[in-house]
Design a protein around this ligand. Structure first.
Ligand code: FRU
Length: 495
């Protein structure tokens, strides 16, 4: 039985979606059907389609009572909205259905695991959210919450750990048919930890152990964990809150962290070997992965960050929040490699290519412009010339606006800068990261989709995401060099 709360949300989203024209949205990035979107949830392959749910407040374009929005796709790029899947309509989740994940049960039904939130008055005054893990079972459109919810609560966590920060379950099935899930939590000292639980059937759950402990190394609380094997290693993704900066790798505030290591299934011990940021741009958080039917590990993140949500004057906008491109992951030499899903190549039209263009000063090239673009650049020092000092590509450009990506080989630093993208807010607009290059040779792939830019460096060694709300008629692209660069460009429109 669908609750009144869910029926109202479904009615509301259907009506208000019509007020947003397709041109006002990204073309191939999933955006919220209406209102507000944050984290991807329940990213899964179910009944022949990819399902992507998301943290959703249909009623306003800012965060509020969390529902689960829902969309399906055959290729991860063209999405069709389905009715909202979950609403905060039970005593144990009345203040929000927070993030979680999905798995297919042996009987063919889909099991959603999510965090139920209930606000509690504290004796000290104020309020805190008690968080528990809950289930819902459904057919890909309609979901019924489990009668014995919550299935994990404060009784299931180590002594002293927080019942207020206990959320974002990621569930998976083991080869023997049993289930595991991990969730974010805080230990007695307030630092993040990832807890591991097990279940024979997906419904009855038991605490196993701490899979990974932050011990105040990367921010405080760890949100939205994901954990999977990849190329002979195991990867743990988490989104830490309250980060301190560290070189060019980690920045202040909410960040993303990838821990690569080994996992011993017998002892359920994860040994960390390497750590890195997941995305080096401005707007990326809370990623989740899916295993595709052909065996690829694909990740989608919320292409936004809590610290940059004031980008738009949100109260005037009919929607806020979009997902990143789905990215194929691999591990090479102990690092996470990310590239746009290969399905994107099927959207390429109107190839324009130039080879060995000499760039010194500013250059525009015929046919190179647009806001729905897939563009590959190879830059190298011009033969016989000194190493150039700086190379930049500007896009979403007209006389008033531009966003730029600039590279200084002397410092090995790549900078994304959307200061002149039309934002009227004093939030972070620039970010630098250190990149590999061979004497000034660098490869960049830039994907634009109306309101965003995603950059993939050196065939996926690094990814950088930024949203930009520059008016669409600013569609110029230009290249600038301080010194002399030899440039190869291949550009496609994405249709
Ligand atoms: C991460 C997060 C999650 C939580 C959700 C609430 O962005 O804070 O930890 O489940 O958002 O909307």
């Amino acid at each position: 039985m669908t609750s009144q709360t869910l029926r109202e949300a479904r009615k509301y989203e259907e009506a208000s979606e019509k007020m947003i024209s397709p041109e006002e949205r990204p073309a191939f990035h999933l955006s919220t059907r209406t209102g507000w979107m944050n984290d991807p949830n329940g990213f899964s392959w179910y009944n022949g389609k990819y399902h992507l749910f998301y943290q959703y407040n249909p009623y306003e374009s800012h965060w509020g009572p969390m529902h689960w929005g829902h969309a399906v796709s055959g290729d991860l790029l063209h999405w069709e909205y389905l009715p909202a899947a979950l609403a905060p309509d039970e005593a144990y989740d009345r203040d929000g259905c927070f993030s979680g994940n999905a798995v297919t049960l042996p009987d063919g039904r889909q099991l959603l695991m999510y965090t139920g939130v209930v606000r509690e008055r504290l004796e000290s005054g104020g309020c805190s959210e008690v968080q528990t893990q809950c289930l819902a079972v459904g057919d890909g459109t309609d979901y019924v919450k489990y009668a014995n919810n919550p299935v994990l609560n404060e009784k299931d966590i180590p002594e002293g750990s927080s019942r207020f920060d206990f959320r974002d379950p990621k569930i998976w099935q083991e080869e023997d048919g049993s289930y595991r899930c991990i969730a974010g939590n805080r230990d007695a000292e307030g630092s993040g930890q990832i807890l591991l639980f097990s279940s024979p059937d997906g419904f009855g759950w038991k605490y196993e152990k701490v899979l990974a402990a932050n011990k105040d190394r990367f921010g405080k609380m760890w949100e939205c964990p994901d954990f999977f094997p990849l190329d002979g290693k195991w990867v743990l993704l988490v989104s830490p809150q309250d980060m301190l900066p560290s070189g060019f790798e980690y920045h202040n505030g909410n960040g993303t962290l990838c821990l690569i290591g080994d996992y011993d299934k017998e002892t359920e011990a994860f040994t960390e070997e390497a750590n890195q940021a997941v995305d080096y741009g401005i707007d990326f958080y809370a990623p989740q992965t899916v295993l595709t039917p052909d065996g690829r590990r694909v990740m989608i993140g919320w292409m936004q960050n809590w610290d940059t949500c004031n980008h738009r004057r949100r109260h005037d906008e009919p929607w806020f929040g979009q997902m990143s491109l789905p990215r194929e992951l691999s591990v090479k030499n102990g690092r996470l490699i990310q590239n746009p899903v290969r399905e994107l190549e099927e959207m390429r039209r109107n190839r324009v290519a130039y080879e060995k263009v000499t760039v010194s000063g500013a250059v525009k090239l015929d046919g190179i412009k647009g806001r729905r673009v897939d563009m590959e650049l190879t830059i190298r020092p011009e033969e016989g010339c000194d190493l150039y000092r700086k190379f930049a590509v500007r896009f979403a450009q007209n006389d008033a606006y531009h966003t730029s990506l600039s590279f200084r080989p002397g410092e090995s630093v790549l900078k994304v800068d959307r200061k002149f993208s039309g934002s009227r807010r004093a939030i972070i607009h620039q970010r630098r990261s250190r990149v590999n290059h061979d004497g000034g040779i660098l490869k960049l792939r830039i994907v634009l989709d109306r309101f965003s830019a995603e950059v993939f460096v050196n065939d996926g060694e690094q990814a950088l995401s930024a949203v930009l709300y520059t008016e669409q008629k600013a569609d110029g692209i230009s290249f600038i060099a301080d010194g002399t660069v030899s440039l190869d460009v291949v550009k496609y429109d994405l249709m």
